[in-house]
Design a protein. Structure first.
Length: 390
């Protein structure tokens, strides 16, 4: 049976134009290439190689045995929000539980923050290289992305903001420690950024998902600086430091007006984060000694990666995260050529730097979230590849 097509200019296009125009994630493209290949050492995906600590898993199992499988309130479990408020004091920010929204991963929190803030025509400052979701989410909201190239230091400065801000600029997305470069900011550096934010009345979306994995100085939330609490939406979650990637529990902390807007969107698109994961997150906040052990191992790997890479490539020491971002231009290849060559000739997967923005060209991101023995082998193969090209 044939159905008659309806008229109209949009009858031949069923997918929204803005979605159709989005490019696939450069990270996922290389991840898909290594699925099912046991011969490949993957340094491509930012996922901890440690299991969720047993106390957290045990608490989630026990909650299922007790039949806790219902919806929670949209905002999230009170005990979890209170725990996060207490937890964030370690980062010099006194947040109220009433301004904390539990989300399905930090990714949802980023999406909610952008949708709550951005109107069509608003521009958003995004330092690059940056996490791959920021620009597409702004674009879907009909906002304008203003990319700020930060190479070679990879640090945003007040001068960079002043160069790009204008009357249409509404927000700044700041991620630190930064994916993919691993750079972070001292209190003094954050204060200089905050001065510019206050002067131009911007909103900062501060993605602090790697806050716990800061190595060379203490992480400080920009929201805790003088005059910044009402200008910041803080994003965080339990995926990275607590190894809870697949459990999908994150949160945002926001001023009342932005919080209420984000909650309204969350009510319609997600309802609530999974109760089992929220119960696990409550327990996670009681297991910070486990996080310190993981952090110590990441620091050991960081130091080894920097030492080894510096023997055959240019590398800036990452101050946080579990990523290194070496400059591979000396090998005479583009980022994608290097990543593809390393994969197909040496069975090591990394992500080309241009997946994180144009100024990432000439670099690759590698995650040292793999067992030490595999990391050693991967870097040996990488050195062989570079030397063969040289």
């Amino acid at each position: 049976m044939q159905t008659k097509k309806t008229g109209g200019s949009h009858s031949s296009r069923r997918v929204a134009k803005r979605v159709e125009e989005l490019s696939p994630s450069g990270i996922r493209r290389f991840f898909d290439l290594v699925i099912g290949r046991e011969d490949v050492i993957s340094l491509g995906v930012g996922e901890p190689d440690f299991p969720v600590p047993w106390k957290i898993r045990e608490e989630m199992i026990y909650s299922l045995e007790k039949g806790y499988t219902s919806y929670t309130s949209n905002i999230g479990l009170p005990e979890l929000r209170e725990g996060i408020a207490e937890y964030y004091r370690r980062f010099s920010f006194n947040a109220s539980p009433d301004t904390i929204l539990i989300t399905t991963g930090a990714s949802e929190a980023i999406d909610l923050a952008i949708r709550a803030i951005i109107d069509p025509g608003d521009s958003v400052l995004i330092p690059e290289p940056c996490y791959v979701s920021y620009k597409p989410l702004v674009y879907i909201c009909h906002g304008e992305v203003i990319s700020i190239a930060t190479n070679p230091s990879f640090k945003l400065t007040r001068e960079m903001i002043e160069k790009h801000v204008d009357e249409k600029t509404k927000a700044l997305i700041l991620n630190y420690p930064t994916n993919p470069t691993g750079v972070s900011y001292t209190k003094k550096e954050l204060e200089e950024i905050a001065d510019s934010v206050i002067e131009h009345d911007l909103v900062v979306i501060s993605d602090e998902i790697y806050a716990e994995l800061t190595y060379d100085f203490k992480h400080i939330s920009i929201a805790g600086l003088n005059g910044m609490e009402d200008k910041c939406v803080v994003i965080n979650g339990f995926s990275k430091a607590f190894s809870m990637t697949g459990l999908r529990v994150g949160y945002l902390i926001a001023p009342e007006d932005i919080f209420n807007a984000a909650l309204k969107i969350h009510q319609y698109c997600m309802l609530c984060a999974p109760i089992t994961s929220q119960i696990g997150a409550i327990e996670a906040l009681k297991c910070l000694e486990e996080v310190e052990k993981l952090k110590a191992e990441y620091l050991r790997r960081r130091n080894y990666v920097v030492k080894r890479l510096s023997e055959f490539l240019e590398i800036r020491k990452p101050e946080g995260t579990f990523y290194a971002f070496p400059n591979v231009s000396s090998a005479g290849m583009s980022s994608e050529e290097f990543a593809e060559g390393l994969l197909f000739k040496k069975n090591v997967a990394v992500v080309p730097g241009n997946a994180f923005g144009e100024c990432g060209e000439g670099y690759v991101r590698l995650a040292f979230a793999v067992k030490f023995e595999k990391l050693k082998e991967a870097l040996d193969r990488m050195e062989e590849f570079v030397n063969a090209k040289g």
